[in-house]
Design a protein around this ligand. Structure first.
Ligand code: SAH
Ligand code: DHB
Ligand code: MG
Length: 217
């Protein structure tokens, strides 16, 4: 951010620039490519994180030496594959998905990427599954990317079950441009931000969708 326009939110990246930086810094090998293109092939919404956001997730997990990670919202397993690659051999990622169809596709993509020993796909409502994971905590990182009206409650769970210095990550933190609207979902997303700002050293990284990053105090 270096001038008034970009500070106010205008962006210099266009399609050609994004294609270039994705290719240089966040290129896909066959396992990642299969998972990234899977939603379009497998009748699922193509709402996975972008290549650079996925790469960012991988690199920040490496920075904190993450070994135990929880993801809320698996879809086809693209972000899960990125994050699992940041883990050591004995590391573990638990990823929660409410749709059995999505979970089945994700398991296939994760196995094809050679990561099924490190990743467990759990089917169910995150609010019901998260308590079953507490025995494996405290965790090094929690990535929230599912139903937006529950981010505040997932964020509170993360604050309780992350280690000190552990990472909170939340996609779609701008709520598709509706973050400051007068709706219950927007109010929940704002609680997520405000509670994160209290329990974590936090920032909302200005990715296209907003990516909340917090380091637990
Ligand atoms: N993190 C994935 C994208 C997730 S899309 C990636 O970047 O590759 C959001 C997913 O959350 C969808 O598959 C949706 O079915 C799932 N989901 C929605 N509500 C949920 C809930 N209450 N519990 C668990 N999963 C949920
Ligand atoms: C939607 C969900 C996401 O997590 C995302 O990154 C984009 C869109 C959605 O529910 O439409
Ligand atoms: Mg998302």
């Amino acid at each position: 951010m270096a001038d008034k326009d970009s500070r106010a939110g205008s962006r210099y990246a266009d399609e050609a620039i994004l294609a270039y930086v994705h290719r240089v810094h966040a290129a896909h090998d066959p396992g990642l490519d299969a998972a990234f293109t899977s939603p379009d092939r497998d009748q699922m919404p193509a709402i996975q994180v972008g290549p650079s956001e996925g790469r960012l997730l991988e690199l920040v997990l490496r920075l904190v030496g993450a070994r135990r990670v929880v993801e809320v919202g698996t879809l086809a397993g693209y972000s899960a594959i990125r994050m699992a690659r940041a883990l050591p051999e004995e590391g573990r990622l638990w990823t929660i998905e409410v749709s059995p169809a999505h979970a089945e596709v994700a398991r296939r993509n994760i196995a094809a990427a050679g990561l099924d020993a490190r990743v467990e796909v759990l089917v169910g409502e995150a609010s019901a599954v998260l308590p079953t994971l507490e025995q494996h905590g405290p965790f090094d990182a929690v990535f929230i990317d599912a139903d937006k009206e529950s981010y505040d409650s997932y964020g509170r769970w993360a604050a309780r079950h992350l280690r000190q210095g552990g990472l909170l990550l939340g996609d779609n933190a701008y709520l598709f441009g509706r973050l400051v609207d007068d709706t219950p979902t927007a109010a929940a997303m704002r609680r997520f931000h405000e509670e994160a700002a209290r329990a974590f050293d936090s920032v909302c990284i200005p990715t296209p969708d907003g990516l909340l990053l917090g380091i637990k105090k």
